[in-house]
Design a protein around this ligand. Sequence first.
Ligand SMILES: [Zn+2]
Length: 352
Amino acid sequence: MSDVKVYEIEMEVRSPLVLSSYEAIGNVFSTDWKYIPGHVIRGALFSQLMREGKEVPIREEARDPTVFFQPAYPVLDGRETIPAHPMIYKCKVCKKTVINLEKFEECEEHPFCMESKGGSLVFIDENGNLKFFEYEYVDLESLGINRVIKGRELEMLYSFIGISPSTKFKCRVTDVSGKLGELGIKDLGELKIGRGISRGFGLVELKIEEIEESKLVEDRSREIEKIIGKKEDNPLILLVKSPTFNLSGSKFGLDWKLDLSLGGTELKCEEVILTGRTSISGFSLAGGIPKAKLTNLIDIGSLLFFETGGAIQEEELMKEIARKELRGFGPHSQIGLNFLEVHPIAYGGDLQ
Ligand SMILES: [Zn+2]
């Protein structure tokens, strides 16, 4: 297990990126995702490798997954964004931001103006301040070309709303079996992602760095320890980064077990604070397998609380959490589900 590789992938948008959970409504393609889901990255990556003539073991991966895809969130000046949880409030008038996990806090100057920002994207700036991230969008119209008569069709005017070029994203892909390495993932220079790629949308440029998982886990476990703190009764709080529904490790059925099993330590989920529920569909790449639709998944920005009974002080447990952040906390992380993270915004206090 010592030589598991993690590919840290930075993506820079070159042509408008249309990230949509649904097919076009009429002739309008819109963007409704705030991040690039793992299954979208997986599909784009495998398709690109196949276009280059590589034999991607899709059926094998469907049966026995060994490659795990984190969702990709935008980065701004090297700072990674993350979904805000429901206890991050912003005053609609003076824009003052408050994180308070204990109680609802009003803006002193403007009562009844606090708005929960759960689910929107935030990052921590160089001074340790919480900042909100907004995408820049472009909207475009594209004329459909009839392939037979090579003429423009009036009925085929498409409209796109996409994420603007030069936006950057980052994610990590963990390759337990070494398959991606053998397929030459490091040589990939670009990917086509999202809707409308046949019309030239969704071209992203890649920078891929290969890192040993053990090294990442070592460094990250110390960060996690710092965030959670030393107190014995400190809870483990996980921030949801991709649709989540099953952390129990059961491979069968879509059962709703949010209890965690971390290297032999069982942690019971005591509380969930939701931003909302979401659904996902159409992620299967393996031929012959029907596209599933999952509904009622816990949406990004939600918080899960676990009582640890002091177990949180164990070094091995910290490493297991760090490993799960990379590989996913439950089954179906090969398609980007069940990714969560320990993050300072979920603990309030010092953000630096
Ligand atoms: Zn105010």
